[in-house]
Design a protein. Sequence first.
Length: 166
Amino acid sequence: MVDIVLTRYDPAWPARFEHERERIVAALGERALGVHHIGSTSVPGLAAKPIIDIILVVANSADEPSYLPQLEGAGYELRVREPEWHEHRLVRTPERDVHVHIFSDGSTEIARHLSFRDRLRAHDDDRALYERTKRELTQRDWPTMQDYADAKNAVIAEIASRIERR
């Protein structure tokens, strides 16, 4: 079983993201087409697992030689390779406190993550609902972190349905 621990929002999280953004851009230069802070640590006031989630946009995430050696040289480790799901890759710090989700330019996952983040930033009611759901879920036993993440899908879909009605 994994232990899911939420912490209160930390105002240092945006600065930590900025530090990682600079590290990524220093490693990749113009190959980093976009670097975005996502996930709960990107939403002021929202409790979160203390992991900085980042989306890195590259021209083609399947073309690992164009970016992966540079990210590994900057200290990140390849953790996930999912060619069947939007050609997603994930690198993380050895401390596991930063996760960089890599997608190709134009992937629908980029807009999905950013619009969800922006919705939570702008709507206190949805932010409260999301946090309440996360806190309830942390009271259960989860075999894996992915099981916990999957359990949030219903509330994410509910909030996302309000984004699409704009």
